[in-house]
Design a protein around this ligand. Structure first.
Ligand code: ATP
Ligand code: MG
Length: 413
């Protein structure tokens, strides 16, 4: 038997206009990188779709799993190939189509054909009619109850006559959607160990942004004593979507203690956030990022009222993106489960912020109030000290694994 073929469909929407070649080359590159190390015979492009031909069917499961993390893919079909028989061109098509649908359960069906190889003797309409009629008779003979529904079928058997193989498949697996990786420019995400910020980063990555991460940590340096290991695991889970990522680790406790000593208690948490944003902005500028990302969600916690988000955000000069701002917690957790970050964040860890949490945090602060609360502090000096003590880790996704490339200290001025 010939090895499996995977038909990859992408959304047409992002192909409008002159960017078509750019997006398609990025999608192709992303698939190549995602499948690195697997035995792929070839990737062809028989018009408006890609066909990936495997050499080894044993790798089908892993191939599909890896393609599931390639954004820009609308859906995937695992196809069987049909022979070309000049004497009887329909025979092998009907047989393959029957193999595809016979074990499926459905109330209505349709056959859709696409002929990009014009040498094939029948056109798409005739193929649909003939194969549809054959399936109809077979289903009836085997006692299936069903309707033919050309408008809104529950099951669609697809036949693609490409210049290469003739492909037949009935089931489609949903892809990740979104836009191809690394097509939109760079962003820097403030990554905590919680559920929200990794989902926020993923949402931007899926739209084609490349995201680097800044994590602020307190507590001890050993695993289990701080949130550093959680941030690392989260980044490792996200890297396959964009192939590389940097994680900046900033020791935050000394800076928090200073805020605690100098500033009114009810503003503490907001001042931590301001300082995080200032430091992250400097890191972002050094890395030529076009904006910052946080996991803020409207009114989820005290620091996320509209007033507090405005008062905190006032210190950045870069665009600040909050892709979860209108999402419910349940929606966020749903995505976290889907992308595999949920269980990492669910483990207990030492979060730096709650440690010095005020009893009654301000709910409706203004930027002016926070400016006044910072009067006894020297934010510029604190940013410098944060940048001096940070460390950087680089991650890369290759051969289906995430590896840490090197660990180095980087002075970001
Ligand atoms: P998350 O689930 O992402 O922690 P949250 O709903 O718990 O979010 P907060 O903990 O108040 O809310 O954090 C709001 C946002 O601030 C986070 O989504 C993240 O972007 C940023 N943030 C909070 N703590 C840290 C941290 N230790 N390091 C980096 N960024 C942080
Ligand atoms: Mg949190």
């Amino acid at each position: 038997m010939a090895a499996a073929h995977i038909v990859v469909h992408y959304h047409e929407l992002w192909l409008k206009g002159g960017n078509r070649d750019f997006f398609l080359s990025k999608l192709r590159l992303a698939m190549r990188r995602a499948l690195d190390g697997l035995r792929i015979a070839r990737i062809t492009e028989p018009g408006d779709r890609y066909v990936i031909e495997l050499l080894d069917d044993a790798e089908l499961g892993e191939t599909l799993e890896r393609l599931g993390r390639v954004s820009g893919i609308a859906n995937l079909g695992v196809a069987r190939t049909a022979e070309r028989d000049p004497e009887n061109p329909l025979g092998p098509l009907c047989a393959a189509a029957w193999e595809e649908v016979r074990k499926e359960t459905f109330a209505s069906f349709a056959v859709r054909a696409k002929r990009s190889d014009k040498r094939f003797p029948l056109n798409a309409l005739s193929i649909e009619r003939e194969v549809g009629g054959y399936l109809h008779d077979q289903l009836q003979a085997s006692g299936h109850s069903f309707r033919v529904d050309l408008r809104n079928p529950e099951l669609t058997c697809r036949i693609e006559i490409t210049p290469g193989p003739v492909l037949v498949y009935a089931r489609r697996i949903p892809g990740a959607g979104g836009l191809p990786a690394n097509t939109a420019g760079r962003l820097t995400c403030l990554l905590s160990g919680g559920f929200d910020s990794s989902v926020a980063a993923w949402k931007m990555m899926r739209r084609g942004a490349h995201v680097n991460f800044v994590h602020f940590w307190g507590g001890g340096a050993k695993p289990g004593e701080s949130s550093v290991h959680v941030a690392r695991e989260l980044v490792k889970r996200l890297v396959p979507w964009q192939f590389t990522a940097k994680l900046y680790l900033v020791p935050f406790e000394p800076l928090q203690r200073e805020i605690m000593r100098q500033a009114p208690e009810q503003y503490r948490i907001l001042l931590y956030r301001r300082l995080m944003l200032r430091i992250a902005e400097r890191v972002a500028r050094g890395g030529r990022s076009l904006g910052l990302v946080t996991g803020d969600s409207l009114a989820q916690v005290a620091s996320q009222t509209l007033q507090n988000m405005a008062a905190v955000g006032a210190v950045t000069h870069m665009p600040l993106y909050r892709p979860l701002v209108g999402d419910d917690k349940l929606e966020i957790l749903e995505i976290a489960k889907k992308i595999g970050t949920h269980d990492i964040s669910a483990e207990p860890f030492h979060d730096c912020c709650p440690v010095f949490l005020p009893k009654a945090p301000a709910l409706f602060a203004t930027a002016q109030e926070l400016d006044a609360a910072e009067a006894g502090l020297n934010p510029e000096e604190m940013v410098r000290s944060g940048l001096q003590t940070l460390s950087v880790e680089r991650y890369r996704y290759t051969q289906g694994r995430v590896i840490q490339v090197e660990s180095l200290r980087e002075a970001t001025a």
